[in-house]
Design a protein around this ligand. Structure first.
Ligand SMILES: [Zn+2]
Length: 311
């Protein structure tokens, strides 16, 4: 049994946050206890199958809770993960597609698949125009990005953490699709799935420096980490001589905003970019967060593929 409902975004609002207008473009599909997030605009393309997994359902055990862990790890059996993947694919209506995952390592390596490789390749994005392949990326805080070119009927799945974002992996994936398939960015649709939000993603100042060195608009993606007991930012009120300011604490990075900016810069239209407002760290009830749960956290999976038979 399958039902769909509109998904509510997290309630937390922060400085510089944009209104969650895009959230109305998202749908939650529930099937046999598994909840999948989908973008309405992608659902309208009958030849595309796509979805972002969430935490509940599945056969893996997490302190007595049954969860849908979709990544192979040392602390979960292979059988559990395979069964979870089967259930996820079944809930998506994608049993007839072959799942193609990649060994992610925070790179800018992109693979174009014509057939499913016998073993997962090392890389952080995959693209294809071949029906029957279900391209997947795994995340637990990083931004999963699904791309569709409705004109040439090509799809891609991208894993963008801060390293991948800094290396412009989404821009390079679009470039590769242009080269391989003749994709025009203005035709493309992009879906940015649940990831750690600017509310929770604390990074070191060296990360901020690296971004500032690469992107002229980087300052729009960072926010100061506030604890409430910061010294007055005006130096003359601090009663400390210059040069004796406390070292800056971490800053908050909004990876979604950064990747949205990269997509716009690549030539996608704003109306064709759909960003989930769900924060993996704020919503542990629904998602997995590496930052929040540590190394034992489960992995979410985001998939996109082309149906084998014409719909
Ligand atoms: Zn958050």
């Amino acid at each position: 049994m399958t039902r769909a409902q509109t998904l509510r975004p997290e309630r937390r609002v922060r400085k510089n946050s944009v209104p969650p207008a895009s959230q109305s473009h998202w749908t939650e599909r529930t099937s046999r206890g598994i909840r999948i997030l989908q973008v309405d605009a992608l659902n309208k393309l009958p030849w595309v199958v796509h979805g972002f997994s969430t935490r509940p359902g599945g056969v893996s055990d997490d302190h007595g809770e049954k969860v849908l862990k979709l990544g192979f790890t040392d602390w979960d059996t292979r059988e559990n993960v395979l069964e979870n993947r089967r259930r996820f694919q079944s809930a998506l209506g994608a049993n007839d597609l072959t799942l193609v995952t990649i060994k992610q390592f925070h790179s800018d390596v992109i693979h174009v698949f014509d057939t499913a490789p016998p073993e997962p390749c090392r890389g952080d994005a995959s693209a294809s125009r071949r029906p029957g392949l279900l391209l997947g990326v795994q995340t637990a805080d990083c931004v999963p990005i699904l791309l569709v070119d409705p004109q040439t009927r090509a799809v891609a799945a991208v894993h963008a953490g801060w390293c991948g974002t800094l290396q412009r992996i989404v821009t390079k994936t679009i470039g590769r699709m242009q080269m391989e398939f003749g994709t025009k960015p203005a035709d493309m649709l992009a879906a940015l799935g649940p990831s750690i939000g600017g509310c929770c993603y604390e990074v070191g100042t060296e990360v901020a420096s690296a971004f500032h060195a690469q992107f002229p608009s980087a300052s729009e993606w960072f926010d100061e980490l506030r604890t409430g007991d910061e010294p007055n930012p005006l130096q003359w009120l601090n009663m400390k001589p210059p040069g004796h300011q406390p070292p800056p604490r971490g800053v908050l990075l909004d990876l979604r905003k950064a990747n949205r900016a990269l997509l716009l810069k690549a030539g996608l239209r704003e109306k064709n970019i759909f960003t989930s407002d769900l924060c993996t760290s704020c919503r542990r009830d629904l998602l997995f967060s590496y930052r929040k749960e540590g190394a034992l956290s489960g992995r979410l999976m985001s998939v996109i593929g082309i149906r084998p038979s014409p719909a």
